[in-house]
Design a protein around this ligand. Structure first.
Ligand code: EPZ
Length: 424
């Protein structure tokens, strides 16, 4: 398995282009199930999860090919409505094929995604919503079996603003008979882009970006042509990289309105953030001020930025409290940061971070996508060498983050981890 080696202490400088958003590309790729023809998705990031999604589409009989940032998807009819355990176990977001399959073909058999490092992550809201739309849903042998003659529009009130739940139900409803209302819908930019692209395909959707989305079912859709929005979490991660190294970095191709909550907290911490026609310029402070953060659904502070922001607060001149209110186990990075000298105390959903002046490099283990980003950020500023193991976590959601950081001056490279020596 590969690892990332970082020799800390360099203040980053220069400019970096933000890639397309993973969490927009995945639902958009699944939306190609809804219409026959030649779909074209531009600005698609080259990520493990995108490649997995294309593989899933091919398993369903849809020809999905990725090349130079463009996904060319030729749907000439789905030959199989099953997403296998082997695929879903590698990527939970595979569950996003459920809505389009049941919505268009009246059947779907999708392996139940298991839990993951950050939480149990059930899909009860997805299934409850499909039943409201008239699907018969059974769970057996670890699979969701859903069937319906044709879905019929209904009012669905979600218990919480689930992102992929909103996306799945929106994709199920676009071909249903009648009108569907999704209440307590997620408002993330990725949900909005999915709705916008579905509308360009011929769907009738209003209210995306608010907590109430109305979908009037149609009988047929046409292929998608779109460009994926910039990845606000990659952008946020690189903003923290500039801040934590007291650097001066220009981020190109970023939608700053998607980052309002993070920008507010970075400015509170003493980071200079300036918007210009060229992009977003971020200049770090010599040492950040402590800032309390609570993760919330969009437009609140993103849970996907919690681990990265914590890395910054580890070096603050004072104590900050970071509260994780979206997932029940999203502090896996804490133990690893403590091995680098961080002073963090966990109390339920809160992490009390007492700032230190200096971290030291160490061998650390990535456990999930954003935790691995947090460890890379800490390594950029730690004294000495940090080795981040299990880098495959990082590659699921970042398009060569190490390369982008190296171009900004970081002393960072990949190396193949030697297999553990077994002493006989
Ligand atoms: C999406 O996951 C993102 N993934 C996650 O990004 C992100 O962390 C999350 O939204 C929250 O913003 C994609 O978009 C592919 P949720 P999702 O359903 O949809 C509970 C990353 O790092 N819940 O909004 O799975 C759930 O347990 C990834 O890029 C139910 O209880 O998240 C969680 O506590 C990680 N029942 C909360 O809701 C359900 O049926 C929010 O989850 C659905 C969700």
């Amino acid at each position: 398995m590969q690892k990332i080696l970082i020799d800390g202490g360099v203040s980053l400088s220069g400019e970096v282009k933000i890639s397309g958003a993973k969490n927009s590309a995945l639902p958009l790729l699944m939306a190609t199930i809804l219409a026959d023809g030649e779909h074209r998705l531009h600005n698609v990031p080259d990520l493990a999860d995108v490649r997995t999604t294309c593989k899933l589409l091919r398993e369903l009989g849809v020809d999905a090919q990725m090349g130079r940032g463009v996904a060319r998807v030729t749907n000439s009819g789905v030959s199989n409505c099953e997403a296998s355990y082997d695929l879903v176990k590698t990527m939970r977001a595979s569950v996003l094929c459920l809505g389009p399959l049941i919505g268009r073909f009246g059947q779907a058999r999708v392996s139940l995604p298991g839990g993951c490092a950050i939480g149990t992550r059930p899909i009860d809201q997805h299934l409850k919503g499909l039943e409201k739309l008239g699907a018969k849903v059974q769970i057996e042998h670890g699979y969701v079996d859903a069937s319906a003659r044709r879905l019929t529009g209904a009012q669905i009130v979600l218990d919480m603003a689930t992102v992929t739940g909103t996306e799945n139900l929106m994709m199920a409803a676009v071909l249903a008979k009648g009108t569907t209302k999704i209440k307590n819908a997620a408002m993330e930019p990725e949900v909005v882009q999915l709705a916008e692209v579905l509308v360009t395909m011929g769907a009738r959707i209003r209210g995306a970006g608010s907590e109430s989305i109305e979908i009037e079912g149609v009988t047929e859709l046409k292929p998608a042509r779109c460009a994926v929005i910039p990845d606000r979490i990659e952008a946020g991660t690189l903003m923290v990289a500039a801040a934590i190294t007291n650097g001066d970095v220009l981020l190109r191709g970023v939608h700053s309105e998607h980052l309002a909550a993070l920008i507010e907290k970075l400015v509170e911490a003493g980071v200079a953030v300036a918007e210009s026609p060229d992009g977003l310029r971020v200049k770090g402070p010599a040492r950040p001020r402590p800032v309390d953060v609570t993760t919330k659904p969009y437009p609140g502070f993103a849970t996907d930025m919690q681990a990265q922001f914590m890395a910054l607060m580890v070096l603050a001149r004072g104590t900050s409290v970071i509260s994780e209110h979206i997932f029940e186990n999203r502090f896996m990075h804490v133990q690893e940061l403590k091995r680098m000298g961080a002073r963090i105390q966990l109390k339920g959903s809160q992490a009390i971070v007492r700032g230190v002046k200096q971290l030291t490099g160490a061998q650390v283990m990535a456990t999930d996508l954003r935790a691995s980003a947090s460890l890379v950020l800490a390594g950029l500023v730690a004294r000495g060498r940090t080795a981040v193991h299990r880098v495959y976590h990082l590659d699921r959601g970042y398009q060569r983050l190490d390369k982008k950081l190296r171009r900004l001056g970081a002393r960072i490279r990949r190396s193949r981890a030697r297999p553990p020596v077994t002493i006989r």
